[in-house]
Ligand binder design. Structure first.
Ligand SMILES: *Cc1c(COP(=O)(O)O)cnc(C)c1O
Length: 395
């Protein structure tokens, strides 16, 4: 099927070397910075000309940030299922979901495990549809030596807690196509700095988190942040879609200069951080042999840098309960097709409950372990020992 309404096919024309040095990567990420990752995605969609009535394909097993960005430009999120037993978009289902109204595909590299990006771009571009890569969970994963984020027409990043680089709150857009980059640059002038009070509040949250968080304090810090967020004292991850009247003010803002300064500093450590995450994940992969959990397979040529290390388990409720008692960090997201929406509320993000069974299957079984700088030898041992003791050790 061709897409008769599509504008002329937009071949991807990366205008940068495939293996950029760290300074070049930092330079790209600092060019177009926004209030949040979802705001960066919305800016890309606008620059692509996505508008009211258009459809944007995204995977189920995602977070509210993604459909929220699509809804903010007046378009409709359409959900593609993930691969059976996996956590990333199923190219075969993508092919089926493309319609004459499809204007963009968002390919998410869940937890840092690269999606089948060559198949996805092949299918989409054959029909004249641009691909935007969701790199919220990874900056440095590679496929056949090429970094994620450089396959599609554009990519976007997020700097919240639990993302590969944390600055409090924020996001970046990166374009691989010159015409698209010009459009993003033209739109960028309209984004205003957040008030200094909001920047300072974010900086305070960043420092509080940095001081309080360790894998062993995960459960305490999590409940503390939830309480503060419920009390309206800090900003949660989720603005209720139903409460929004037109684009929320978040979608008109760029990243504050305080956060941008922090981002510039954090990016200096990007290579070391990524090497660390790789080492931690390799330890998890080789040492966790519990019958209670399953590792997720990937093809040779795929070099994942996990933002969090994903595992699947049939015994999630009891495993998480025990982990909390043992003060071991085992996170549960995404525990629905569009976290944090459940049941009928999923419809507010355009998701029809039951429509993506593989995604729902994964959302009932996923857990993840931290890979960041706070994870040292001791934390790795504690997680490995806990999981191996929970099930029976195999192999
Ligand atoms: C965190 C995240 C985003 C962006 O989140 P923001 O809160 O807008 O920065 C986008 N996609 C995925 C998959 C995410 O996990």
């Amino acid at each position: 099927m061709t897409n008769p309404a599509a504008k002329s096919a937009l071949p991807a024309r990366p205008h940068k070397p495939e293996n950029s040095p760290p300074e070049a990567i930092a330079g790209e990420l600092l060019q177009f910075t926004y209030f949040r990752g979802r705001v960066a995605l919305a800016a890309i969609l606008r620059a692509l000309g996505v508008q009211i009535g258009d459809e944007v394909l995204i995977q189920a097993f995602t977070c509210i940030a993604v459909p929220e960005a699509i809804l903010s430009v007046g378009a409709k999120p359409v959900y593609v299922d993930v691969e059976a037993g996996g956590i990333n978009m199923d190219p075969a289902d993508l092919d089926k979901k493309i319609s004459p109204n499809t204007r963009a595909v968002v390919a998410q590299h869940s937890f840092g495990l690269p999606a089948n990006i060559s198949r996805i771009t092949e299918i989409a571009e054959a029909k004249g549809i641009p691909v935007v890569e969701d790199c919220a969970h990874t900056i440095m994963s590679r496929v056949n030596g090429k970094r994620v984020g450089s396959f599609g027409h554009a990519s976007f990043y997020s700097y919240e807690a639990a993302k590969p680089v944390f600055v409090g709150i924020g996001g970046s857009a990166v374009c691989n196509d010159d015409a698209l980059e010009r459009a993003v640059r033209a739109g960028y002038t309209k984004y205003a700095e957040p008030p200094v009070s909001s920047q300072l509040e974010t900086a305070a949250m960043f420092h509080a988190h940095g001081i309080a968080y360790q894998p062993s304090t995960y459960w305490t810090v999590r409940s503390m942040f939830r309480t503060l967020s419920a009390a309206g004292l800090i900003r949660g991850n989720y603005n209720k879609i139903a409460d929004q009247r037109g684009p929320a003010s978040d979608f008109t803002r760029r990243m504050g200069r305080i956060q941008k300064h922090r981002l510039r500093q954090e990016l200096r450590g990007l290579t070391a951080q990524s090497d660390h995450r790789r080492e931690v994940s390799t330890a998890y992969r080789t040492r966790i042999r519990s019958s209670a959990v399953h590792h997720i397979d990937f093809d040779s040529g795929v070099d994942p840098v996990y933002g969090r290390y994903p595992l699947l388990t049939e015994q999630r409720a009891s495993l998480v309960r025990e982990a909390q008692k043992a003060r071991v960090e085992v996170a549960v997201f995404y525990d629905s097709a569009v976290q944090p929406l459940y049941g009928e509320a999923l419809r507010s993000a355009g998701y029809e409950p039951g429509s993506c069974p593989n995604a729902e299957w994964a959302s009932e079984r996923i857990i993840s372990l931290p890979t960041g700088r706070q994870v040292g030898r001791r934390e790795i041992d504690r997680s490995v020992d806990f999981l191996n003791a929970f099930g029976e050790v195999q192999g």
